[in-house]
Design a protein around this ligand. Structure first.
Ligand code: SF4
Length: 459
C-alpha cells in the first residue's frame, strides 16, 4: 500500500487518501483526509509538505483531532487536567489513573502558526498586558479566554521556580483572571556540594539528594490533587503501571529517533519526526493510541531503512536542531536547503529519557522532573547537546531562537560557544517567528550557507 517516500502537499495528500481508501486502508476513528482540518482554520497546513505514508497520515490526524478527543473525554465523564510547564512529568502521573486525561494548554504555543495568526489569540494576550515581548506561549491566554481551542480543564497544575520568566508571568496572569492553579515548585538544579549525597538523573545530569527529596514532596501534593479529582487512589502499583506505559512510548521514540537520525538516507522527514517527539509530552491526550501511532511510524521507518529508500541524497548535511520552531514550515525549509535532521533538543529531552524503574515511582518522577534541561544551567544543557551531537554524528548545529523567549537571549550563544569548542562544528543561530513568510528569503540564504559550509568542510 505504501509507495516510495515522497513529500507531498495537502492537496496531493487528499488524492493519495482516496487512492489508499480505494485500496482498503483501515483507519482509526479519528482518520480521514487531512484537508478537512483546513476547515477548522488550520490554514498553515496548506503550506506544508508531508510524508506520504499511511503512518504519517495517522500521525497528523492524531495530532489534529486532539481537541475533539478532549471534548469526548469530558463527555464520557473523564476529568481533564491542564498540566502547565513541566513538559512530561505530571501527565505520567495523571495517565496512571484511567479516568483522568492530561494535556498541556502550553500547546497553544503553535496556534498562531497553525492558524496563521487568524485566531486572534495574540491580540487577546496583548489586551491583557502580555505583549510581544513574551514568547508565543502567550497565545494560551487567548485560548483560555475564547474557550475555542480546548475545554477548560477541571484542574490546572503549573511548575514554578526554575521556569522561564515568560511562563511564570503568563501563568500568574491566568491565575489573576480567575483560573485556580495548583503551583508546585521545581527548584534550580545545581551540582551537589562535596558533602552532599549525589543522585544521577535520567539523561546524565546529577543533583543533590536533598533536591530530589524536595521535588518528590512537591509532586506528592500533585498526587493528592489528582487523587481528589479522580476519586481514586494513585498507589505505588498504579504509578508503576503508568510509568511502564510512559516508558513504552519513550522506548518507541528512542528507536525511532535512532533509526531516523542514523540511517544513510533520511527515512522520515523532520516535520513528522518533530510531531512524533511531541507525543512524548502528554501523549496527545490518548496514551494507548500514542503507542500505536509511534509503532506504525517506526515500522514504516524500519521498512524504508531495510529497503534502502529514503529522502534527499546521501550527502545531505547532517543537522542537529536545538529548540522547537514557532513556524513548522521551517522544518520543510531546512530540507529544501539540503539539510536533514540528525539529532534534536526541543526543550523536553527529559520527556524522552526512560523513567527509572529501580527506585520508588515518586522518586523516579522527581528525578525525571529535575532532569529537565531547562531547570539547570545553560552549560548543562549544552553538555547534553554535545553528547547527542556525537551520538548522532551531526555535522552542524542550528539553534532556533523563539521570539520574545526570555531564555533565548543568551542561551544560544552559550550553547554555540560550547559546541564549537567541544565539537568544532559550525553553529547557526536563527530566529523563527510563528509565521516565517516575511523572513523566508533570509532564512533560506542562511540555511543554504550552513549546508555549503558543511559540504566544504567535508572536502
Ligand atoms: S520562553 Fe521558552 S521555555 Fe518559556 S514558555 Fe516560551 S518557549 Fe517555553
Amino acid at each position: 500500500m505504501t509507495g516510495a517516500p515522497k513529500q507531498i502537499s495537502l492537496q496531493q495528500w487528499d488524492c493519495e487518501y482516496d487512492r489508499l481508501r480505494a485500496e482498503g486502508l483501515i483507519e482509526p476513528v479519528y482518520g480521514g483526509p487531512l484537508g478537512r482540518h483546513v476547515a477548522d482554520g488550520d490554514t498553515r497546513l496548506l503550506k506544508l509538505r508531508y510524508d506520504n505514508s499511511p503512518a504519517a497520515l495517522r500521525l497528523w490526524n492524531f495530532l489534529l483531532t486532539e481537541e475533539d478527543r478532549l471534548r469526548a473525554a469530558r463527555e464520557s465523564g473523564k476529568k481533564l487536567v491542564g498540566t502547565m510547564k513541566d513538559l512530561g512529568t505530571v501527565p505520567v502521573m495523571a495517565y496512571s489513573l484511567d479516568n483522568l486525561v492530561a494535556f498541556y494548554p502550553d500547546g497553544a504555543w503553535w496556534i498562531p502558526c497553525v492558524m496563521e495568526l487568524n485566531a486572534g489569540l495574540l491580540q487577546i494576550a496583548d489586551s491583557l498586558g502580555i505583549d510581544e515581548s513574551f514568547c508565543p506561549v502567550r497565545a494560551m491566554l487567548g485560548a483560555f479566554v475564547t474557550e475555542a481551542h480546548f475545554p477548560i480543564p477541571d484542574l490546572l497544575t503549573c511548575s514554578v521556580g526554575a521556569t522561564c520568566d515568560d511562563f511564570s508571568a503568563i501563568a500568574q496572569r491566568l491565575n489573576g483572571l480567575g483560573y485556580p492553579i495548583l503551583w508546585w515548585e521545581i527548584p534550580h538544579r545545581r551540582a551537589p556540594e562535596a558533602d552532599e549525597k549525589a543522585v544521577g538523573l535520567p539523561g546524565g545530569f546529577v543533583a543533590p539528594a536533598g533536591l530530589v527529596r524536595f521535588v518528590r514532596s512537591e509532586l506528592e501534593r500533585v498526587r493528592l490533587a489528582l487523587e481528589d479529582l479522580s476519586g481514586r487512589t494513585m498507589d505505588e502499583e498504579t504509578l508503576v503501571q503508568g510509568i511502564t506505559r510512559a516508558n513504552q512510548v519513550r522506548s518507541l521514540l528512542a528507536r525511532l529517533r535512532r533509526r531516523a537520525f542514523t540511517a544513510p538516507l533520511c527515512p522520515m522527514p523532520a516535520l513528522e519526526m518533530l510531531i512524533a517527539e511531541m507525543l512524548a509530552i502528554h501523549f496527545c491526550s490518548d496514551q494507548e493510541e500514542t503507542i500505536l501511532v509511534l509503532a506504525d511510524l517506526l515500522a514504516e521507518v524500519d521498512r524504508r531503512v531495510t529497503a534502502g529508500t529514503g529522502y534527499f541524497s546521501a550527502d545531505a548535511a547532517r543537522i542537529f536542531w536545538v529548540n522547537p520552531v514557532a513556524d513548522l514550515q521551517a522544518m520543510n525549509l531546512l530540507e529544501d536547503c539540503g539539510g536533514r535532521i540528525c539529532g534534536t533538543e526541543y526543550l523536553f529531552a527529559h520527556a524522552l529519557d526512560p523513567i527509572p524503574t529501580d527506585v520508588p515511582p515518586m522518586e523516579a518522577l522527581a528525578q525525571m522532573a529535575l532532569a529537565d534541561p531547562m531547570v539547570g544551567a545553560a552549560v548543562d544543557r549544552a553538555a547534553r547537546i554535545v553528547a547527542d551531537i556525537r551520538r548522532f554524528d551531526a555535522e552542524a548545529v542550528i539553534v532556533s531562537r523563539i521570539p520574545g523567549a526570555s531564555h533565548c537571549a543568551l542561551e544560544g550563544e552559550i550553547i554555540g560557544e560550547i559546541v564549537r569548542e567541544e565539537c568544532g562544528l559550525p553553529v547557526l543561530e536563527i530566529e523563527v517567528p510563528s509565521i516565517t513568510d516575511a523572513t523566508q528569503a533570509t532564512l533560506r540564504t542562511r540555511l543554504e550557507a550552513l549546508v555549503e559550509i558543511v559540504k566544504e568542510k567535508r572536502r
